[in-house]
Design a protein around this ligand. Structure first.
Ligand code: F6R
Length: 235
């Protein structure tokens, strides 16, 4: 596990971009695993400002809220379109379908998507409770795509983007930890003091399903990009 300390989120976006660019130039990337949330926004800004071409590449996102249409401005489909896909077209963009009536079928479909598009580089943020994707504490390290009940703390954290807390979806479809771990390379980004405990527990605490991010200690190619505040508990 390599830890890169940066001064702020803009520098973090640049550091992640440089890694992705080098891997792409070396011909190592066919499929990029993507995350939503505020953390990867500066990375996406770097990509959009670059001359990198993604038209031969596929993207596979980590998750989508249950119940939100792609056209809903709070959906992750919408987020990705706005922050990346509109400016940088890919061959295919895959996300779970939050509106499907058959959860089991949708999870199986998404696992098939992941199997057919092995992820070369997976971008991750991390929850304050150390969730990766929307795999909340207690999720199995052997888990594949599932419908997840979001914890109160995740709903509270996500509510900053919604008009009222009642509007925040309580469930999401999420890629499982097993699939995340099958990515060839993982880049986890974390900024701000609110992430310090999750970063410490994930990187230097025991490997346990109570701390989803701790699974990353078992991966052979993980790069962690953190600012001082998120790194402040690291020894
Ligand atoms: C998003 C995702 C989540 C977020 C995490 C942090 O696709 O899978 O794990 O990365 O909740 O969110 P932000 O970046 O908004 O702090």
């Amino acid at each position: 596990m390599k830890i890169i300390k940066v001064t702020n989120q803009v520098e973090g976006g640049k550091a992640a971009f440089d890694i992705i660019k080098n891997e792409m130039v070396a011909g190592n990337v066919k499929t990029l695993g993507l995350a939503t949330g505020s953390t990867p926004e500066t990375l996406y800004q770097e990509i959009v400002a670059s001359d990198l071409d993604f038209t031969d590449m596929n993207s596979v996102n980590l998750d989508e809220y249950v119940g939100l249409e792609a056209s809903n401005d709070q959906s992750y489909h919408y987020f990705m379109k706005k922050h990346l896909f509109e400016a940088k077209p890919f061959k295919n963009n895959y996300l779970p379908d939050g509106t499907t009536s058959d959860a089991k079928k949708e999870c199986a479909r998404y696992d098939q998507v992941i199997a057919e598009n092995p992820i070369d580089i997976q971008i991750l943020g991390i929850g304050e409770n150390a969730h990766i994707g929307f795999n909340e504490p207690g999720s199995s390290f052997e888990g594949t795509t599932s419908e997840v009940k979001l914890t109160e703390s995740t709903i509270a954290a996500n509510s900053r983007n919604f008009a009222k807390k009642e509007d925040v979806p309580t469930h999401a479809y999420s890629m499982g930890i097993k699939s995340i771990m099958q990515s060839k390379k993982i880049i986890l980004l974390a900024y701000g003091e609110k992430k310090a405990e999750a970063i410490f527990n994930s990187l230097q605490g025991p490997v346990t399903e109570d701390v989803p991010g701790s699974a990353l200690q078992n991966h052979s190619d993980v790069i962690i990009i953190v600012d001082e505040a998120a790194a402040k508990l690291l020894k």
